[in-house]
Ligand binder design. Sequence first.
Ligand code: NAD
Length: 361
Amino acid sequence: MSVGVVRETASGERRVALVPKVVASLVGKKVPVIVEEGAGLGALIPDSEYLDAGATIGDPYSADVVLRVSPPSDTEIGALRSGQKLIGFLSPRNADNKIGALRDAGVEAYAVEAIPRISRAQVMDALSSQANVSGYKSVIVAADLSTRFFPMLTTAAGTVKPATALILGVGVAGLQALATAKRLGARTTGYDVRPEVAEQVRSVGAQWLDLGIDAAGEGGYARELTEDERAQQQQALEDAIKGFDVVITTALVPGRPAPRLVTAAAVEGMKPGSVIVDLAGETGGNCELTEPGQTVVKHDVTITSPLNLPATMPEHASELYAKNLFALIDLMLDESGSLAPDFEDEVIAAACVTRDKEPSA
Ligand code: NAD
């Protein structure tokens, strides 16, 4: 059984599916690794480091399992052969996903987004590892765009008050954003529609904003709000947001457009110089004035919505992702080092999105 690592081609994608340390672990398990020439360059990893770790440089599509980060293009799907396995982010919940094309090509595809969020699978949870990167970087972006300091400063020229930061949507990215903003010295507040999050918010030294809406859905995710709840939430947030220098939004509902939390009127009510970082741009954005992928200034408030923050930290994002993939591959290996995915295993069954030309359940 061999593994191939492709050179990513999506615009702005600098991550790579395996890093040399993880290549060495696979080679140690008698799994040959074939890395496409230059696959690691975006993450500043030269081919020589892969060679030192025991990989060969060659055609990744000649391997039994092809590993990648971003979803494949049509050309890349064309390079896969029937019966070959593919593991990567495949956006299975996006309407324009490539799952149908992969199925037609006879590929056995595993989407890392579909790995269940259960304790046993935490080590392979690529959504979480990359959300941690996004949450951290969102605060750095906010601090960079801010016209104000984050920490309280006591200087000979006077004292500067700490910035106030509100994080809307406290899943993995939001919790990391709260912790990072706190480390930079901001006064932090978190808000979510899942009430159980309050304890986690407080555990990272932040205040909990309670708007009295409980929209806990299935599997630990939030459900979509009703129209009444949405109006109630938008009005309450319009009042709350005025007091914050920085708002970072991460709210998502699986398979649905991003909930609109921040209205144009809420932006207008913010102090000039304030910053909104909207991490939900890929599904339309949490702020009414967001332009996905752009940075705009509206009512003297800077609103930015970067689309792939993990790709801006390719070294650590790739390292964490590679460890996630190693854990998933390890789960599929039998004692002789052959690939033998057990479809009775709930992690494998859920992650596999196409098999034997049929979409998996
Ligand atoms: P996510 O990226 O899907 O969503 C981000 C946050 O937005 C969520 O906390 C959600 O509740 C919130 N949200 C949705 N609609 C909202 C609205 N209208 N207003 C305010 N907030 C709103 O979340 P995620 O980071 O992928 O986490 C999803 C779940 O998975 C969580 O319950 C998390 O604890 C759980 N999880 C479990 C594990 C594990 O045990 N292995 C690992 C990671 C995450």
